[in-house]
Design a protein around this ligand. Structure first.
Ligand code: NAP
Length: 301
C-alpha cells in the first residue's frame, strides 16, 4: 500500500514524486513509456528559469535522479485498469500487478495530434514524424516540411534548419500562434512559411515523396516535394481509462489546488485544463498536487 500513486513520469509526475517523498509519503510513479514525457523530446528548452538553455532529456533525467535519491518507486508498465472512486484507489498494471494507495496524482500528459490523413500512420517511419528532435537527423540534406503554427511547429522548423536542405512551415492561417519571440525568429530564419494552407494528401507508397497542399482562401491545390513531414498540430490529453474525473475538451478539470472532482484524486501538467502548457507550469502543478495529496492524507487518516 502506497500513500500516493503518480500516473506519468513527465515533469509534472516527477516533481510530484519529489515533493511527495520530501513530504514523507511513500510514492510510486507508474509510467507506460519512457521517463520525461514530451519534454524529453525537446532539444533545447530556453524558458525554464535558471537555465539559459537546457536539453529536455537532461533536465528530466535530473528530476528522475532526484526522485531516485528520495526513494520514489518507479514502475514501468502499462496501467490496464485504474479505479479512482472509493477510499482506496487501485491501478492494475499489465505485468506488475495491482498497486493501491489512498491518493492518485494523474500526470499522464498529452500525445501529439495527427492530421487524420488516410496513409498517415502507414508512412510513420517513412517520412511522417511527430518528433523533430528524434527524427530530424535522418533528413540531412533533404527537403522537409513542418505542419502547424504553434510553439512546437516553430521550434521544430528552426531545429530542422540544422539538417534539412529546405524547411517549409505550413500553417492554416496567416498569423502564427507561437510566442512573438519565436515567431519573429522563424520569420527572419531560412524557414519558408506557406500561409493559409493545409495538407490534403501525403504522396508516396512506403516513402513520402510530396505533400498536396490546399490554400484555404483560394481553394488552389499545389504539390510540395519533401522527404519528411513533421506534424506539430497540438496534442490530445492522455485520459483513456480514467473514469469519474470531470473533463473539458478532453482535459481534466481541477481547482487551484489540483483537486479533481474525485476525493483523493489530483491532476497535474499537460493533462489538466489550463491556459499555459510549459515545463515550468507542469512542475508547479506537480508540486501543488503533491502538497494537496499530503493535506488530504493528513485530514482523512
Ligand atoms: P498548439 O499551441 O495547440 O498549436 C497547434 C498549432 O497547430 C496551431 O497553430 C493550430 O492552428 C495548428 N493546427 C491544429 N490543428 C490543425 C490541423 N488539423 N491542421 C493544420 N493545423 C492545425 O500546440 P503546440 O505548438 O504543440 O503547443 C502545445 C503547448 O505546449 C502550448 O501551450 C505551447 O505554448 C506549449 N509549448 C511551449 C514551448 C515553449 O514555450 N518553448 C514549446 C513547445 C510547446 P491555429 O493556430 O489556427 O489554431
Amino acid at each position: 500500500m502506497y500513500d500516493v500513486i503518480i500516473l506519468g513520469a513527465g515533469p509534472a509526475g516527477l516533481t510530484a514524486g519529489i515533493y511527495a517523498a520530501r513530504g514523507g509519503l511513500n510514492a510510486v510513479i507508474v509510467e507506460s513509456s519512457a521517463v520525461g514525457g514530451q519534454a524529453s523530446l525537446t532539444a533545447e528548452i530556453e524558458n525554464y528559469p535558471g537555465f539559459e538553455s537546457v536539453n529536455g532529456f537532461e533536465l528530466v533525467s535530473i528530476m528522475q535522479a532526484q526522485c531516485d535519491r528520495l526513494g520514489v518507486t518507479f514502475v514501468f508498465d502499462n496501467p490496464v485498469n485504474v479505479s479512482l472512486e472509493g477510499e482506496i484507489k487501485r491501478v492494475t498494471t499489465a505485468a506488475s500487478g495491482t498497486l493501491e494507495a489512498r491518493t492518485v496524482i494523474i500526470a499522464t500528459g498529452a500525445l501529439p495530434r495527427t492530421l487524420g490523413l488516410p496513409n498517415e500512420s502507414a508512412l510513420m517511419g517513412g517520412g511522417v514524424s511527430y518528433c523533430a528532435t528524434c527524427d530530424g537527423a535522418f533528413f540531412r540534406g533533404k527537403p522537409v516540411a513542418v505542419v502547424g503554427g504553434g510553439n512546437t511547429a516553430v521550434e521544430d522548423a528552426l531545429y530542422l534548419l540544422k539538417f534539412a536542405s529546405d524547411v517549409w512551415l505550413i500553417h492554416r492561417r496567416d498569423a502564427l500562434r507561437a510566442d512573438a519571440i519565436l515567431a519573429d525568429r522563424v520569420k527572419s530564419s531560412g524557414v519558408k512559411i506557406v500561409w493559409d494552407s493545409v495538407v490534403t494528401e501525403l504522396v508516396g507508397e512506403n516513402k513520402l515523396r510530396a505533400l498536396t497542399l490546399k490554400n484555404v482562401k483560394t481553394g488552389e491545390l499545389s504539390s510540395l516535394a519533401v522527404n519528411g513531414v513533421f506534424i506539430a498540430v497540438g496534442q490530445t490529453p492522455s485520459t483513456a481509462g480514467l473514469t469519474g474525473v470531470e473533463l473539458d475538451g478532453g482535459y481534466i478539470v481541477t481547482d487551484e489546488e489540483m483537486r479533481t472532482a474525485l476525493p483523493g484524486v489530483f491532476a497535474a501538467g499537460d493533462v489538466r485544463k489550463k491556459s499555459l502548457r510549459q515545463v515550468v507550469t507542469a512542475t508547479a502543478d506537480g508540486a501543488i498536487a503533491a502538497e494537496s495529496a499530503i493535506k488530504y492524507l493528513n485530514t482523512t487518516r
